[in-house]
Design a binder for this molecule. Structure first.
Ligand code: CAA
Length: 383
């Protein structure tokens, strides 16, 4: 029973489940095995109007609220966490900042096609020596006439393999530290833009995590997003929304673990009865169920906070921290429930285990979430 969703949101959830069962789940194991970026899933999600969920319809999106967005990401990730993050990045990390900070022209030229799924976006912040310490980035942006020339290397860029547009963070003045950072909308076709190495990863193997090399990449000044020097604030406020999306992804993975744990334990017979009749298994299932419910509630709360138009870093970090660690604990128990079958790729549990891990790392590690949370409670007390 879900007492927190409106009738409309319940209908959305049901529609998503039907869509995902038919179009996404059947291909999840294969794209994971082949490590192939699922362009066809992006098209399917675009056909379902899922690429700009919170973008108003006038800008090409679906005009839904943040809670509806978490429902979508949870349901996609329950079937295929790779597809979940691809859709989440386009929504949270590209469409959202364009909507919040973009000029009228930028919205028309980029937000509209991104929200409609006619273009795919990626978020290029991380560098080899600037991960958790995002402000330490070294990519330079040099103003030359009516252009900026961007030079540097971005790594671990989700969607980097297929993106048409990258939101790139670069410094116009390294001596100004984080106040020298600006955000740029960079088309993959701009001179000096090149895709580098694609990472071979433990989990979410098909999300196209790619290096992006900028070699005096020529970006028109009109593609500066927000004001010069506002880049880190744009990045960090954008990541608040991203973290709500990753929390939803983690809830989806934890729910998938529970689904599979129930299914398997009811049909696996040992010592003359289904293993679901053993208390050791029941307790594991009960813990997974309880923690998943709690993670979902925190994620819904973070989504509500996002809609409040006030800063919601605390709620986003609490949800992301708890949901990602829930997914990892759940998947560890899930593998244990399946025993040897949890360790082989004939069953989906080992994929859930591999996929869960990254939710504790990307869009801010668990340690960074604790830092944000501690800063908030020490300053303002708990909410
Ligand atoms: N919203 C708005 N403004 C914010 C903000 C937020 N959430 N967080 C910080 N700011 C502002 C601050 O107020 C400050 O502004 P002023 O200078 O005007 O006061 C400025 O931004 C810098 O803030 P801090 O001094 O707190 O910044 P910091 O350098 O100490 O960093 C941090 C803080 C929490 C460690 C931050 O760097 C961080 O979150 N790091 C993790 C980076 C991360 O999550 N990377 C993920 C990469 S993207 C990815 O994974 C996507 C993918 O592909 C899936």
């Amino acid at each position: 029973m879900n007492l927190l969703l409106s009738e409309e949101q319940k209908l959305l959830q049901q529609t998503l489940r039907t869509f995902v069962d038919k179009e996404i789940r059947p291909h999840a194991a294969e794209i994971d095995r082949e490590r192939r970026f699922p362009v066809e899933n992006v098209r399917r999600c675009a056909d379902m109007s899922l690429m700009g969920i919170m973008v108003p319809q006038e800008h090409g999106g679906s005009g839904m609220d943040a809670l509806s967005y978490t429902i979508v990401i949870e349901e996609l990730s329950r079937a295929c966490a790779t597809t979940g993050v691809i859709v989440s990045v386009n929504n949270s990390l590209v469409c959202a900042p364009l909507l919040a900070y973009g000029s009228k022209e930028q919205k028309e030229k980029y937000l509209k096609p991104l929200a409609a799924g006619e273009m795919l976006g990626c978020f290029a912040l991380t560098e080899p020596n600037a991960g958790s310490d995002a402000a330490a980035l070294r990519t330079r942006a040099e103003k030359k006439g009516r252009d900026y020339l961007l030079s540097g290397n971005k790594v671990f860029v989700t969607n980097g393999t297929a993106a048409d547009v990258a939101l790139v963070f670069a410094s116009t003045d390294l001596s100004k530290k984080h106040k020298g950072i600006s955000a740029f909308i960079v088309e993959s076709g701009f001179p000096g833009f090149r895709r580098g190495r694609e990472e071979r990863k433990l989990g979410i193997t098909a999300s196209g995590s790619r290096e992006i090399v900028l070699d005096r990449c020529q970006v028109p000044a009109a593609n500066l997003l927000g004001a010069e020097g506002e880049g880190l604030k744009i990045a960090l406020s954008t990541l608040d929304g991203g973290r709500v999306g990753i929390a939803a992804q983690a809830v989806g993975i934890a729910q998938a673990v529970l689904d599979e744990g129930i299914r398997y334990s009811q049909q696996r017979v040992q010592f003359g009865k289904p293993i679901s009749e053993f208390q050791a298994i029941q307790w594991m299932l009960a813990d997974i169920a309880t923690e998943t419910e709690a993670a979902r509630l925190l994620t819904y709360r973070a989504a509500r906070a996002e809609e409040s138009q006030q800063r919601y870093s605390y709620e986003a970090s609490v949800a992301k921290l708890f949901a990602s660690e829930t997914a990892m604990r759940a998947a560890t128990k899930g593998v244990q429930i399946l025993g040897g079958y949890g360790y082989v790729s004939d069953y989906p549990m080992e994929r859930y285990f591999r996929d869960a891990k990254v939710t504790e790392i990307y869009e801010g590690t668990s340690e960074i979430q604790r830092l944000v949370i501690a800063e908030h409670v020490l300053k303002d007390g708990a909410s």
